[in-house]
Write a protein that binds this ligand. Structure first.
Ligand SMILES: Cc1cc2nc3c(=O)[nH]c(=O)nc-3n(C[C@H](O)[C@H](O)[C@H](O)COP(=O)(O)O)c2cc1C
Ligand SMILES: Nc1ncnc2c1ncn2[C@@H]1O[C@H](COP(=O)(O)OP(=O)(O)O)[C@@H](O)[C@H]1O
Length: 322
């Protein structure tokens, strides 16, 4: 089996295409989460590109289109663009192209988008999208329109079936970013992990908290995150803590306002198992594996510490189970 080097090219906009750019296979979407459904779609685009001997371009948008169409409606973000690029790279795509999503772009008629972006700029030989994909002004563009225009301009269109959870007990949900956001919002990080094909990850820099953790015997690395990060419901979670060096350690993570101390600010903080280390200023990630319990208000810090010891024992057990 030939193995490719992980060297995805990152483009912002379409003004700097490499000279002599030939044809390519394009897949288009927001791809927030790069979940099981996205993975199948991108996988198919990569496969088709290999068959045709051309590069595979994954095209996405930033900011999230819904924020531009309805300001203030930005959904919780499952993956930063950086993380999306990383995941797309692992799937074997050659280019991760981010189109700045402007009001102007949102008003571009669908046929114009096809002609200007897919045909004139990218020279698409094939376009792979999900069956329910819509695009262009008033979301009037769909798979059928792509097919029609493809016949005229010389590209093939594949409308892929949506991927559903065949192992799920409740008739099989269709994987979607919206479904995963709802799981995370409800604290069901295990269900989110099934749909994502890996645990949900939060990334951030370790910042100072109230300096109370060490006194309690549970120092915690407090994460500062990006504005729209999808933070799980308040509670305690079993997580993997990933250090910038790549080291992966178990962690008992608390999400919430620390009601025992009448805190106001919502925080994500990790007690990392079996280490005593200064993490301030480090860029780290937390992979949310399972929820342990909800956030509680204790009568004393001693009572909190008793519970935290139990949490740590549970977290060890859960992470050992894999
Ligand atoms: C495993 C774990 C469980 C926690 N559970 C709760 C809780 O149920 N209620 C609460 O008020 N705080 C909880 N906390 C948060 C602590 O109150 C917090 O870590 C402590 O006040 C230190 O805060 P600091 O990092 O700002 O110094 C928990 C923390 C950890 C690590
Ligand atoms: N096992 C550990 N887990 C998390 N942080 C640790 C650990 N050991 C040492 N630390 C350090 O202690 C700091 C947290 O101490 P803490 O008293 O909770 O202060 P703060 O309120 O600023 O988070 C972390 O940012 C990290 O640098």
């Amino acid at each position: 089996m030939s193995r490719r080097l992980p060297t995805v090219q990152r483009w912002r906009g379409l003004d700097h295409l490499p000279g002599g750019w030939g044809r390519c296979v394009v897949t288009i979407g927001v791809f927030d989460g790069v979940h099981n459904g996205h993975q199948t779609l991108i996988g198919r685009a990569v496969e088709l590109a290999r068959e045709k001997g051309v590069p595979c371009v994954v095209m996405t948008f930033d900011p999230h289109p819904s924020e531009v169409v309805r300001p203030g409606s930005h959904p919780a973000q499952l993956t930063t663009l950086r993380r999306r690029a990383e995941l797309v790279e692992q799937l074997g795509a050659d280019v991760f192209c981010v189109l700045p999503f402007t009001v102007e772009l949102s008003r571009m008629p669908a046929n114009e988008f096809v002609h200007e972006v897919l045909v004139e700029r990218l020279h698409a030989a094939a376009v792979v999208v999900g069956q329910n994909f819509t695009f262009g002004q008033k979301a009037a563009g769909n798979v059928e329109l792509l097919r029609r225009l493809g016949q005229r301009f010389g590209f093939v269109t594949e409308g892929a079936d949506l991927v559903t959870d065949t192992k799920g007990g409740d008739g099989g949900v269709t994987f979607s970013s919206t479904y995963i956001r709802a799981c995370i919002d409800a604290g069901d990080v295990a269900a989110a992990a099934v749909a994502l094909g890996r645990p949900h990850r939060l990334e951030g820099i370790v910042v100072r908290g109230d300096g109370r953790g060490k006194e309690l015997g549970f120092p915690t690395a407090n994460l500062s995150m990006t504005r729209f990060a999808a933070v799980p419901a308040d509670g305690v979670y079993a997580c993997w803590f990933i250090h910038s060096s790549g080291r992966r350690l178990g962690a008992a993570v608390s999400v919430g306002t620390n009601p025992t101390f009448s805190g106001r600010e919502r925080r994500v903080e990790a007690f990392v198992l079996d280490v005593d280390e200064d993490f301030y200023g480090q860029r780290v990630a937390l992979d949310f594996v399972t929820r342990v319990r909800g956030q509680l208000k204790f009568d004393s810090s001693d009572a909190l510490v008793v519970e935290m010891n139990k949490d740590v024992a549970k977290v060890r057990e859960l992470l050992e189970q894999g």
